[in-house]
Design a binder for this molecule. Structure first.
Ligand code: ZN
Length: 141
């Protein structure tokens, strides 16, 4: 079913592209139009898109982005740290100097990507305030 009025989510029953919305969110862009900025600061989202007017206040990312960040960063960094420990046995102060900044920087970059993906996922699936049955009907117009 196509809708001439809107490319994404023109009607309440039209399917929204999940991966496209998540990719847009990961890049910090509006999941609906891909043009407007999603975040006004580090991980603080705008109330609505400056280009298409999509309301972002309905998202419920909550603890999911930090959980995803911990899971992704932990599953990448910890095995490498264990391998370095087993293979080279560096001094503890060297490991603190190396791994703490790597963990902090990796988490710093991953968290907004995870939050953008989560907001995109919620938007595409019409979860919470993004066009579901309990959403504001004006928000999807
Ligand atoms: Zn937009």
């Amino acid at each position: 079913m196509t809708n001439a009025l809107n490319t994404f989510g023109g009607t309440a029953t039209e399917k929204r592209p999940v991966w496209e919305a998540m990719k847009r969110g990961m890049m910090g862009k509006c999941p609906k139009c891909g043009e407007g900025k999603l975040f006004k600061s580090y991980v603080k989202n705008h109330d609505e898109c400056g280009v298409c007017g999509q309301d972002f206040r309905g998202h419920r990312a909550d603890d999911a982005p930090p959980y995803l960040t911990i899971m992704l960063v932990g599953h990448i960094i910890i095995p490498v740290a264990l391998w370095v420990e087993a293979e080279f046995d560096p001094a503890m102060w060297v490991q603190f100097l190396a791994w703490l900044p790597i963990l902090l920087i990796s988490s710093w970059f991953t968290l907004p990507i995870a939050k953008g993906a989560m907001i995109g996922l919620q938007w595409a699936n019409r979860m919470h305030g993004f066009g579901g049955p309990d959403a504001d009907p004006k928000a999807d117009a």
